[in-house]
Design a protein around this ligand. Structure first.
Ligand SMILES: *Cc1c(COP(=O)(O)O)cnc(C)c1O
Length: 392
């Protein structure tokens, strides 16, 4: 039984983060400055990309990218129903329609054959998610997108640091988007970043991020924030999706520690695997060969014999024991708003629906100890055997 609370996630903030945030704070430059530039360079480099465009969330990065790719009403974008809501909301923001395809029960990413089968005359992009940081099939989506001459967009919001066949997450599509909410591998509090090799696309995103200010301009107000030069020239409809220097400073510090962070998360994941692999009630994440995982969350799945109510009782039981747990993810096509808007409903994507009824996200953060993992797994075992007994 837990003697102290074990949260679902917990950011890892050290003196390095504190000192860089303080440095930004004392610099007098709180937006559009050197921290954002350094953060963009380091994330782009980790993704093997030439350009990074920092935004104030992963969602705004995805939104910006969809607009910059000129996706709009009448267009279709193929994507997964088993994800965080933002990955298909960004399609709706532009007036385009998300076209869902079912997932592969092993990798939990879209089934590549179904992706290809759903491509039609209105398909303008494939938006692929590295679900729970698993990069499986990214090369296949890339090949399909190339064959049909449409862009692959990578929602790599959960996958910073992951690699597949020697290529980093963020390097597969025309562009990718990372996110830095506090439960991700690294955090800026709130934040996101578009990465791409396409200079024109990066410049367009930069301009739209910054109120539609002219392309190719640093877009820098003078240090005190007083407008200079073309500051008040707006060439296109733009937004304010900028990331502040304070948030970027946090990101610069976290990026310097990324190798260590990925290593620690790997150790926590390995502890879970060792503890849970012999229990037939659980299906553990399937990580294909040629994958280097940078773990985002640790999600186990109850065996196919379990029902959603049993899973829900187990999640509630963990929480009662002060252990964070969540049902990542309810299917997007079953969200009330989607049912109403797209006419989707139960039975349309049976694998995604079946999987999502049995998943349990367990506590997962850098500083999790062996004892924490043991406590979580013992409590989980207890709750599952209780369900088994009440069936008999
Ligand atoms: C976290 C996440 C996002 C973006 O999240 P923000 O909270 O807006 O930064 C988008 N897609 C997926 C799949 C995510 O996990």
């Amino acid at each position: 039984m837990a003697h102290h609370e074990i949260p679902l996630s917990r950011p890892d903030i050290t003196e390095l983060e504190e000192s860089l945030v303080l440095k930004a704070l004392r610099s007098g430059r709180l937006s559009i400055g050197p921290m954002v530039e350094e953060f963009e360079r380091s994330v782009a480099a980790r993704a093997g990309r030439r350009f990074g465009v920092a935004c104030n969330s992963g969602t705004s990065g995805l939104h910006l990218l969809m607009m910059a790719l000129n996706i709009g009403p009448g267009d279709e974008v193929i994507t997964t129903p088993f994800s965080f809501i933002a990955s298909s909301n960004c399609v709706l923001f532009t007036g385009a329609t998300p076209v869902f395809v079912d997932i592969c029960p092993k990798t939990l990413n879209m089934d590549p054959e179904q992706v290809e089968a759903r491509i039609g005359p209105r398909t303008r992009a494939i938006l692929a998610v590295e679900t729970f940081a698993n990069p499986a099939s990214m090369d296949r989506y890339e090949a399909i997108a190339n064959r049909h001459e449409i862009p692959l967009i990578e929602d790599c919001c959960e996958a910073l640091g992951t690699e597949y066949k020697g290529r980093p997450a963020g390097s597969f599509g025309r562009a990718g988007v990372f996110a830095f909410y506090p439960n991700k591998q690294i955090t800026t509090g709130e934040g996101g970043m578009i990465v791409t090799d396409d200079e024109r696309l990066a410049e367009l995103c930069r301009s739209m991020r910054n109120q539609g200010r002219p392309l190719g301009q640093p877009g820098v107000a003078s240090a005190g924030g007083t407008p200079t030069g073309s500051w008040l020239r707006h060439e296109r409809l733009g937004y304010n999706f900028r990331l502040s220097e304070l948030n970027a400073a946090l990101g610069v510090a976290q990026m310097r520690r990324l190798t260590d962070i990925v290593h620690r998360r790997n150790e926590v994941a390995n502890r879970y695997v060792r503890r849970l692999m012999d229990n037939r009630s659980f299906i553990l994440p399937t990580i294909l060969p040629e994958t280097l995982m940078s773990w985002f969350v640790f999600v186990v799945r109850l065996a196919t014999t379990y029902r959603a109510e049993e899973r829900d009782r187990i999640v509630a039981g963990l929480r009662r024991h002060d252990i964070g747990a969540a049902d990542y993810f309810p299917c997007i096509h079953l969200q009330p708003f989607y049912r109403e808007r797209l006419g989707t409903g139960p039975g349309m994507f049976p694998i995604a629906e079946s999987v999502s009824q049995r998943t349990i996200a367990l506590p997962f953060f850098n500083s999790m100890t062996e004892e924490d993992v043991a406590t979580v797994c013992q409590t989980l075992d207890l709750l599952v055997s209780h369900e088994n007994l009440s069936r008999a």
